[in-house]
Write a protein of this length. Sequence first.
Length: 121
Amino acid sequence: MFDISFYAANGEPSDCVRITKSIYEWLAKSQFAKIGISIDTQLHLDGEEVILPVVELNQDIRQKFRDFFRDQIVSESSAILTKLGDTHSKEEYQKETYCMKKLLELLKCVENPNYQYLQRV
């Protein structure tokens, strides 16, 4: 499993979205990897100062991530509806919707104004 982490500027609790290796590799080859630049930034986490390579979620960068995730969710929804047109088992449904659920989690974190930084590593 891989993590995409979100951090607040003031040391508030962070959030982490765990994704599979295949989704991580797909994101690494997509436009997601080209949005913003990771810069070593000092953050206050769990009572201590740490330096992490993060992308600052300023208004422009946040909007680019929003657009990317929304486009991917629409595309993934279309693919899922095509695949699940017939009745499938619960396991098949969960397998087919996993990626879209993770994209929705990422979108919610990007849209959360409390998070000022994203770490792709």
